[in-house]
Write a new protein. Sequence first.
Length: 138
Amino acid sequence: MKSYRKELWFEVPTRRAFINITPEVNECLRESGIKEGLVLVNAMHITASVFINDDESGLHHDYEIWLEKIAPHEPVSGYRHNVGEDNADAHMKRQVMGREVVVAITDGMLDFGTWERIFYGEFDGRRRKRVLVKIIGE
């Protein structure tokens, strides 16, 4: 069995964003040479997420509204974690959206459903963060 590891780095200029990272993960898969196996993609920061869904702007807008209802950024004084910080909501948004995804690899390709894509979700941007891509298989 072969193993491949790569870190993808992101510096989102805004507080929140959803970035389709499927092309980057596909490039990692190509570099790995693995044809059958699994790929793990996970955010290595506690205020960011990796998830799978549709690449549709209306859905991304709806996520923004929904997440802000569940864990509003303001008032920042409403969170105990925010003593000296302002990102408690980002931790909670990450918890809801998830830390990682695992995708099957079949015939050298990500084995997705029709509209599935991999996204990096940023909830406390404006600084450099990383995503781990780990591929195992043959």
